[in-house]
Unconditional design. Structure first.
Lengths: 528, 231
């Protein structure tokens, strides 16, 4: 469904010409919002019935497949019929109409370019829908895919609104008047508080804790709730909202808080977040990016490696999915981020062979140049970062005072600048590394001569090496990211090469669980 | 006795703010409380990164409410939290035009010296900007602790002169400092070829052979996954 970019790639930073050029939606000649083709009528009637009957499978089919094919066939460049035109086919059901409009706007955002009025209306629709869910009057079972898309789209539209609002230069008077009048629409407090409210109201953190003790089932049923008349909607929205919060905080440049929001989810294990490919990728992409910015390169490399391997092995199954293009795009971006991580922290042993060969194919030549730490190398760091970073936003409202200025790139420029600053602080480390690799012991004086610096400068470089390769984790513990380590005894450097750590234990655990699953599957097979 | 009485309201404030953060972190109304809490952290020599990031976030949402004086205090406290990356974490949230102000430029330079192990330059620069760093009690000690931290990642035996430069203490004061470390942190003083050597107690970073083999252990919650199967 969500056939737009997870982040707003349509408005490319480097090239303003990438901005959408199609005419404002809903004004195309020939679009009649009240005309409902028979196939649409049948679609809403069936979808409504499946939801009422809590038939998650059929609901998912209609949502994922039928909506997409109808969109391709009938609504390639026009919106779907208005909600008013379809309401009487579905008993004017309030919640269904809200869901329909949510899809209506999502389709509009994906294929056309929304007007300011439509952006505001979409915000209002989310507010109404979320109020209904938060007040617990929903008793549906909706597919995880749909619930994920809801959170994902909500954050996407927020980000898109911030980008749109920050381009003040060519706003019409009417647009400015609307922005002033509806200053609560897509307000950052509102967005964060809805996500936070889902997390709290759903008690999802508590549920996940209980699950660890074996007192509750959530992951095992993929978040669905088959007991009696209950609904999975609030719980799963609460769960995905933690990922939503991670993403919003990354867009704001608050990586520490973002990771904190994700903490209740154990990303080293399978979970509901892995049940939807879009959610899986979004989670790991932002987790990895935040860790990169926190200098926890080993954590970032680990998770990028895992998901890139997973995508490599499974992407064929997603070829027909509407998310396929997005999967490929994020896949490429994560290779770029991995190239950055591995250049700053050459722990190639942590990268799987398959992923590594892909990485070399895509970035091998650039990575060699990145090691040089000259102007050209910084230009490559800049290029890869700009290509792969989230689309940062400035959350505050514009000043509305003349002269109107664009500030849509401010947040991105700041993050880029600080990142490159970090790279520059590390520029001498790759030189030290090269020498450390070929000696087991060497005197400070000798190494200083080789590196063409004086001894006291060399001492500062070695301290920098130690500091930059020893990250502080979330609980304040020091972790070594060093591939080559050393210690100094008076003025002799002793080099210690780190050995690869094989996690056999985890491997066996995974295989045991897998085997058990297979045996269970076999048990269920009935032979005639 | 007197000190304990004084401590009471501080702890109350800390737990009240933690409560606010837990209940409603995205609430513009808590901004004044968070600002007071920054001042409280300065005077009571305590620290809460979460509270300070929350405040910087609120400033980011409503830049017109920003107090640069408070921001400067947060940044000095973040420097004192080295080796944690708190200083960068704060900068990520502070608009570039604010970072252009002189006091912030100075702090960014100070951070750069610490990040790149240039302690001599750091202490020189800090001496030129006493008004910024002396406003926060415990600053010197915190940076010295960071210097000792990096040195103990790096050295098994460190020459006295290198230590002196890193922590900016010399002569008799240094003797006193060493005496304290010998008594409390297991440092040993040794006579070296060119002068005194300080033996820093072994840790897994300056004695890599002490590193615990993490591959040998599996956390319990990973094993719990197979409990139902084993049962």
């Amino acid at each position: 469904m969500a056939s737009y970019d997870y982040d707003d790639s349509r408005a490319n930073y480097d090239d303003p010409r990438h901005a959408p050029v199609s005419s404002p939606a809903g004004q195309d000649i020939g679009y009649d919002p009240n005309f409902v083709p028979d196939s649409v009528k049948s679609f809403v009637v069936h979808l409504y019935r499946h939801i009422r009957e809590k038939n998650v499978y059929e609901t998912h089919q209609m949502y994922e497949t039928s909506f997409q094919s109808l969109s391709d066939r009938l609504f390639k460049d026009t919106p779907w019929p208005s909600v008013d035109a379809v309401a009487h086919f579905v008993d004017n059901d309030h919640v269904f109409c809200l869901l329909y409009r949510e899809m209506w706007f999502r389709h509009l955002y994906a294929r056309l370019s929304p007007t300011l009025k439509q952006r505001i209306d979409s915000w209002d629709n989310y507010c109404s829908l979320f109020q209904v869910v938060l007040h617990g009057v929903v008793n549906m079972q909706l597919p995880n895919q749909w619930l994920w898309d809801m959170v994902d789209e909500f954050v996407y539209q927020f980000q898109s609104f911030c980008q749109y609002r920050a381009k003040m230069k060519n706003k019409t008077e009417q647009e400015i008047a609307l922005l002033r009048q509806f200053d609560q629409a897509w307000n950052v407090y509102g967005v964060l508080n809805y996500l936070q409210a889902f997390v709290e109201k759903s008690s999802i953190i508590h549920i996940l804790e209980e699950e660890k003790e074996g007192l509750e089932q959530f992951t095992a049923t993929d978040g669905y709730d088959y007991s009696g008349g209950s609904s999975n909607v609030l719980k799963v929205l609460g769960y995905f909202s933690m990922v939503g919060l991670l993403r919003v905080h990354c867009l704001l440049g608050d990586y520490h808080t973002g990771l904190k929001c994700l903490l209740p989810i154990d990303i080293s294990q399978q979970g509901v977040f892995t049940s939807v490919i879009g959610s899986h990728i979004t989670t790991i992409y932002h987790y990895g990016f935040a860790n990169l910015m926190l200098r926890r390169y080993v954590d970032a490399i680990h998770e990028f490696n895992r998901i890139l391997l997973y995508i490599y092995k499974t992407k064929q199954y997603h070829q027909k999915s509407p998310q396929y293009e997005q999967i490929l795009k994020k896949n490429e971006q994560m290779y770029a981020l991995l190239a950055i991580c591995v250049s700053l922290c050459p722990q190639v042993k942590l990268v799987d062979e398959t992923v590594n060969s892909q990485l070399r194919e895509k970035y091998g030549e650039k990575m060699i140049r990145m090691q040089r730490y000259d102007e050209e190398a910084f230009a490559i760091y800049d290029e890869l970062f700009s290509y792969a970073c989230p689309k940062f936003i400035t959350p505050s409202a514009p000043s509305f005072e003349e002269p109107l200025v664009n500030y849509n790139q401010d947040a991105y420029r700041l993050q880029l600048k600080l990142f490159l600053y970090e790279v520059k602080q590390q520029q001498l480390l790759s030189g030290v590394r090269t020498f450390l690799k070929v000696y087991s012991t060497i005197s400070l004086g000798q190494l200083a001569i080789y590196m063409e610096v004086d001894e006291s400068t060399l001492r500062t470089i070695l301290l920098t090496y130690k500091h930059k390769t020893h990250a502080v984790d979330s609980v304040g513990k020091i972790m070594s990211n060093a591939d080559v380590d050393f210690y100094i005894d008076d003025d002799i450097i002793h080099v210690v090469e780190s050995k690869p750590v094989n996690r056999y234990g985890d491997f066996f655990l995974r295989q045991i669980v897998k085997l058990e699953g297979m045996i269970n599957d076999l048990d269920r097979v009935k032979l005639d | 006795m007197g000190r304990e009485l004084q401590k009471q309201p501080q702890q109350e404030m800390a737990s009240a703010v933690e409560q606010l953060l837990a209940v409603n972190p995205y609430n513009p109304d808590i901004l004044p409380d968070l600002e007071n809490y920054v001042n409280e952290q300065v005077s009571s020599e305590t620290y809460s990164l979460d509270a300070n990031l929350c405040l910087l976030r609120l400033y980011q949402f409503e830049p017109e409410r920003m107090s640069t004086q408070i921001v400067a205090r947060i940044l000095v406290k973040a420097l004192m939290a080295m080796p944690a990356p708190d200083f960068s974490l704060c900068l990520f949230l502070i608009p570039e035009r604010v970072q252009m102000e002189d006091q912030f430029k100075t702090l960014i330079i100070l951070s750069h010296y610490l990040e790149t192990g240039k302690f001599r330059q750091f202490w020189d620069e800090a001496a030129k900007n006493r008004h910024i760093v002396e406003a926060v009690p415990g600053f010197e000690q915190a940076i010295q602790a960071y210097a000792v931290h990096v040195l103990s990642l790096t050295y098994q035996k460190v020459p006295r002169s290198v230590l002196a430069e890193a922590i900016n203490i010399e002569g008799l004061s240094l003797d006193k400092f060493l005496e304290h470390q010998v008594a409390n942190s297991g440092w040993i003083l040794e006579k070296g070829g060119k002068g005194q050597l300080i033996v820093i107690p072994p840790n897994e970073f300056n004695h890599p052979e002490l590193k615990k083999k993490s591959s040998d252990s599996i956390p319990l919650d990973h094993i719990t996954r197979i409990f139902p199967i084993l049962g």
